[in-house]
Design a binder for this molecule. Sequence first.
Ligand code: MLT
Ligand code: MN
Length: 310
Amino acid sequence: MLIKILGAAAGGGFPQWNCNAATSRAAWSNAAGVKPCTQSSLAISADGDRWILLNASPDIRQQIAATQALHPRAKGTLRNSPIQAVVLTNADVDHVAGLLSLRERHPLTLYGSSRVLDVLAANSIFNVLHPDHVTRRPLVLGEPNAIAHHGRDLGITVEPFGVPGKIALYLEDAAAGPGLGTREGDTIGLKVTATATGHAFYYLPACAAVDAGLRQRLRGSSLVFFDGTLFTDDELVKQGLSDKTGARMGHISMAGPDGAMAAFADLDVARRIFIHINTSNPAWIEGSPERREIEAAGWEIACDGMEVRL
Ligand code: MLT
Ligand code: MN
């Protein structure tokens, strides 16, 4: 199985268009050891020919342009794309807005939880993915779902499972209490398996906490892409960017006793890669104390164009 990191950054990208805080400023000024990145998405393929997107970011056009494997095939028909299917892990803007760029009456199969597909159904702008051409298939949580397009199996199975998280920002309902209206299926993680080889990895670009069930699931796995939105829970508050903590945003932080690095310390995960990294996160800066702490804990920082072969 081939995995291409199309976008490593959280919503807004790195640097985010309106951010002038220190980490973003380093990217704006092309500082050494700082690499701008687009918004959160992976492309995966069992055969190197037919590709599946995990989330569709607002930067999708740029991501396709930068990734030759995703270009229309020169020997194909007048309209063609190796992208056959899209699997969504939540309804965040950074994960669904790219769907709007996949229009032009192109056949695709779109997978998401019923909760996320309901959000798309309630927003008629997504009808640019014309129902005559784009089939929407609800994922069954807790079971392997074979990913297929036009009746052809793509050789990849995803097992979606609910993870601690939050409903999309634009759907938050303050009147619904502390959960803001969050329900099962609003945030899922994926176990992605190549059917032929059995090789598997986990993809969790949003996760609020590593609970006992998740620990059990991830223990001993060979590769996990995990929510790296913030280095510390109060990073946005401390930098004066927002009054929101990571907990309020539905994102675990990297550091600290309740953070991802501590949670994974005894999980025996062979390869751990932070993804969905916010523009404020000092982890972006090579050689920074935070980056060194991350690397010392055995973690990698994803970047656009990174590839993994399983
Ligand atoms: C998130 O990951 O928290 C969201 O992408 C935030 C947003 O929609 O701006
Ligand atoms: Mn996001």
